[in-house]
Design a protein around this ligand. Structure first.
Ligand code: ATP
Ligand code: MG
Length: 418
């Protein structure tokens, strides 16, 4: 037997109901907040992720699925969504007018990680990006949008962890201070962090190995190395969050695992026990330099991404609506009745009625059972004798009342009684 690849999974049965519910909420919410849906390719030029996510991030150095196609193009399965959206924004010249551009995506991502609770190799991210505004109202809208959406989905104890990475200059002066502080401890850091010390010291704060060490607990505070302007901007973000009743906690060690962030960064953490170490359900921030870095005009942006699998895990305890009952099930025996079943099903479906009928040669008795299994409300009982008189029997599956309806009025009857 051929089995699914490691770190991948099938969505079936109850899980697929859950996924549909989540996707419905996402589409509904995004319309309310005026986001347009965007779909970008699942694979892109490898270069794109090196330039955006960053050469010395875990994602790019350890987790990408890289391959060459038959013409030796260097391609990568996307490990995240922002790079593709920004590439598309530039390639389609969306920067030309109608800014800010508000986009959302929802699709599979690929990372070669050790699979575990809430951690897969193929996983799904939903995310939004607002391109073309540096207003703090945008930072706050993105954060509160995520927060409200998760609340609406049924999450109870959510917390926003937020930090300010400041401008490039702010980060340069912080990096200096951080390196100065870490210098005597270099040999006590993990192998990756020893490299990060030279290439990207900020990344050390995000290290999963050294995270709880005494050394990292006492690092200088990034918020103290920022210009008055950066500090004021961050204060305003926090003030606006308070207006919107979003619970937050400033975490000066939050830097995020991707290179492109500046100013506001945040994570939304859930205390649902099932999530364990996968408690971060969404993460994002500002990336004001990325569009320019990829060859577009200077465009300030803000966005977030969330892991749909983690939402599904946490939603285990939350009540999911059962499968919607079928409005109508059509029963038939012979060929003449079957043709009527097929055409009637199509007409009813076009009129907004959910309908099904047997396609496996079941006996009439098991067609009744099948109708019950689908919780069908009305049964259409086709029989040749009635059909010759232009009549069709309809039975209410609950009251068991049966009526004969003129063939020409059957659609109207079912639409108003279904
Ligand atoms: P983590 O610290 O858990 O590895 P990350 O910093 O790598 O997360 P991001 O790249 O910011 O995560 O992705 C945003 C969200 O996508 C995460 O908060 C999480 O919900 C989800 N996510 C990331 N990697 C995976 C994965 N391998 N499997 C399932 N969900 C994931
Ligand atoms: Mg990760």
């Amino acid at each position: 037997m051929i089995t699914k690849p490691k770190g991948c999974y099938d969505v079936i049965d109850k899980e697929s109901l859950k996924l549909k519910k989540i996707n419905r909420y996402i589409d509904y919410y995004c319309e309310f907040y005026n986001y347009d849906f965007i779909r970008t390719p699942i694979f892109e030029a490898r270069e794109l992720f090196h330039r955006t996510v960053g050469d010395d991030t875990d994602i790019v150095t350890k987790e990408t699925y890289d391959f060459q196609d038959r013409s030796n193009r260097e391609l990568t399965l996307r490990p995240e969504g922002t790079a593709g959206v920004v590439r598309s924004f530039i390639e389609n010249k969306m920067y030309g007018n109608n800014l800010p551009r508000k986009l959302y995506y929802n699709g599979t991502m690929y990372r070669y990680e050790r699979p575990g609770n809430g951690r897969n190799r193929e996983f799904t991210q939903f995310g939004v990006e607002i391109l073309g505004s540096n207003d703090v109202a945008v930072d706050v809208e993105v954060i509160s949008f995520a927060y409200r959406l998760f609340e609406e989905l049924g999450f109870k104890d959510l917390n926003v962890h937020i930090n300010n990475l400041g401008s490039k200059e702010d980060r340069e002066s912080y990096k200096k201070a951080l390196k100065e502080y870490l210098k005597p401890y270099i040999n006590d850091l993990c192998e990756d962090c020893k490299k990060r010390y030279e290439t990207n010291p900020l990344r050390i704060l995000d290290c999963k190995v050294d995270k709880d060490s005494e050394i990292l607990k006492k690092v200088p505070n990034i918020l103290e190395y920022q210009s008055e302007e950066s500090k004021k901007r961050f204060q305003k973000v926090l003030e606006y969050l308070e207006y919107l009743d979003v619970d937050y906690e400033v975490d000066s060690k939050l830097v995020r695992g991707l290179d492109y962030y500046d100013y506001t960064v945040f994570e939304i953490v859930s205390s649902e026990e099932v999530l364990g170490s996968a408690s971060t359900i969404a993460a994002g921030g500002r990336y004001n330099d990325l569009v320019e870095k990829l060859g577009g005009p200077s465009t300030p942006c803000m966005g977030f991404a969330c892991g749909i699998e983690r939402i599904m895990l946490a939603l285990d305890k939350i009540e999911i609506q059962e499968k919607r009952p079928l409005d109508c099930y059509i029963l038939y025996v012979n060929e003449e009745e079957k043709i009527k079943a097929i055409t009637l099903a199509q007409d009813l479906r076009c009129s907004g009625v959910s309908v099904d009928y047997d396609t496996t040669g079941r006996s009439l008795k098991s067609q009744f059972k099948e109708a019950d299994r689908n919780h069908a409300q009305l049964l259409v009982l086709l029989n040749s004798e009635d059909l010759q008189k232009g009549l069709i029997s309809v039975k209410d599956n609950l009251t068991k009342e049966e009526v004969k309806i003129d063939e020409n009025e059957i659609i109207d009857y079912i639409v108003s009684n279904g």
